[in-house]
Every structure is written in structure tokens, then in C-alpha cells.
Design a protein around this ligand. Structure first.
Ligand SMILES: [Zn+2]
Length: 259
């Protein structure tokens, strides 16, 4: 049966996650609020639940291990690669604006090329800040966060695991240097036409391609962390349909992100 016109579906999805650092096995709940206008016309509670179950099986959400505080590699990798993409798309929008403005003569050639060349440098700085940030540098704080979630019954422990051993999962400095080099090369290509009289696009097109490639390198490096995680499993999907303005109490406040 299709859902009524005015409805909100509140979903709780329990995921089972083994920890790479201490071997504990815990279950954590993810909450999703789906408005009727964001669903298909003939959506049912079952179809919405199935869609979100599939999404949750594919992508994890950042939740520290309640035993040792470690945030799993795929949780870090997914959040980080999304941020790398955001920086690259924002950079792309600014670059296109600068290139078009220079191309049609709104911005003088030298200024236009300097602005275009500066964008990859700024993007590189942001990408390195994102790549270097380690959500596992303060495990005590993460344990505190997990403790709060456990107290609110958002985390349950199935197996207490062993002692913590640092799995040393990260991105190699060599790969980061290679991805950074692409941004520098892009900056050089975009700036160089400022010095000559050859057509601006000779530098701008390869510079733009290098910019996009550099950003995707950063995102791929982050995403590759996901392969180091132990597989998670969806245990249960619980859906509530609400047709007025009320909100289930545990949906009113969401835990702060740890990544
Ligand atoms: Zn752990």
C-alpha cells in the first residue's frame, strides 16, 4: 500500500561492526528521516526500508568502537573522500568562472591567470588538511563519545574483543606527494599563459584536467582506506510512519560526528 500524502518515515538501521583495532564486535544504530516528497509516488514502507538497507550495507557511518575508541577505516575513508570531492567541485566552479572571465576579457590576462593558478594551490592546502586529519588521534575522547551513545542505547556490545593494537592504517606520504604534485602542475599550467601572448586556453584546458585528476586522486586515496575495514552487516531495519508533526524522541538529537 502506498504511503499517505503527508507522511514521514523514520528509520532505525542496526549495523554489526567488528573492530580492526581490538577485535570487539559492536552493533550501532543509524537513523534516517525520509520525507514523503523525497520518495517515489508509489513508495511503500517496505520499498523505503529496502532502499535504505541497501545504502547502509554499502556505506558505513562514523561510529567509534565502544571498547577502544577506534574509528574504522571505511568510516574515515568515506567521510574523507566526500570532503575531497566537495573541495574539488568548489574549486572547479571557481576555476571555470575565472577561466571564462579571462577568456571573454572581463578579467585582464595576467590577473585572470594568477587567480586561476592560485585556485589549485588553495585546493591543495585544503586537501592536505583533510587528508592529514586523524580521527583516531584521541581514542579517549572517542571512547567518551561511544560511551554516550551506549548510554542512549545507540550502541550495543556483542563481543568485548581483545586488547587494543594500533592497526596503523593510513595513506602513504608518497601517494599524497604524487597527488599534491598534480595540483602543483595544474597551478603552473594555469598560471603560465600570464607570461606569454599565446592563447589562454592552451594552459587552461590541461590545467583544468590536471586539477580534476588531482582531486580524484585525493578522493580515491581516501576511499581506498575502506578496503582495510572488516565487513559490516545489516541486522535490522525498523521503520515508523508518522503522519503529523511529532518526532520520535531518539531522532530529535543526533550524536556529534567523530570524523
Ligand atoms: Zn575496538
Amino acid at each position: 500500500m502506498a504511503l499517505p500524502e503527508e507522511a514521514t518515515v523514520y528509520l532505525r538501521i542496526w549495523t554489526r561492526q567488528p573492530c580492526v583495532a581490538c577485535g570487539a564486535v559492536f552493533h550501532y544504530v543509524r537513523r534516517f528521516t525520509v520525507q514523503r516528497r523525497d520518495m517515489m509516488f508509489n513508495a511503500t514502507v517496505e520499498s523505503v526500508s529496502a532502499e535504505y538497507r541497501q545504502h547502509a550495507a554499502q556505506f558505513s557511518e562514523a561510529c567509534p568502537c565502544p571498547q577502544c575508541g577506534y574509528v574504522q577505516p571505511d568510516m574515515i575513508g568515506l567521510a574523507r573522500s566526500a570532503r575531497h570531492f566537495t573541495v574539488n567541485f568548489a574549486g572547479l566552479a571557481f576555476l571555470l568562472a575565472a577561466i571564462i572571465a579571462t577568456g571573454i576579457g572581463v578579467m585582464p590576462r595576467f590577473i585572470g591567470c594568477t587567480v586561476s593558478g592560485g585556485i589549485p594551490l588553495l585546493a591543495l592546502l585544503l586537501q592536505l588538511l583533510i587528508a592529514m586529519r586523524n580521527p583516531n588521534r584521541n581514542l579517549k575522547a572517542n571512547q567518551g563519545n561511544a560511551g554516550n551513545r551506549r548510554a542512549a542505547d545507540s550502541i550495543r556490545v556483542e563481543d568485548a574483543g581483545r586488547a587494543y593494537t594500533n592497526p596503523l592504517i593510513g595513506v602513504s606520504s608518497l601517494s599524497l606527494a604524487a597527488a599534491s604534485g598534480l595540483y602543483l602542475l595544474s597551478a603552473a599550467c594555469l598560471f603560465l599563459p600570464a607570461l606569454g601572448s599565446w592563447p589562454v586556453w592552451i594552459g587552461q584546458i590541461p590545467g583544468l584536467a590536471l586539477f580534476l585528476f588531482a582531486g580524484s586522486r585525493f578522493a580515491n586515496l581516501a576511499y581506498a582506506l575502506s578496503e582495510r575495514a572488516l565487513p559490516h552487516q545489516i541486522l535490522e531495519v525498523d521503520a515508523i510512519v508518522i503522519t503529523d508533526d511529532s518526532v520520535p524522541p531518539d531522532f530529535a538529537s543526533q550524536p556529534a560526528s567523530v570524523v
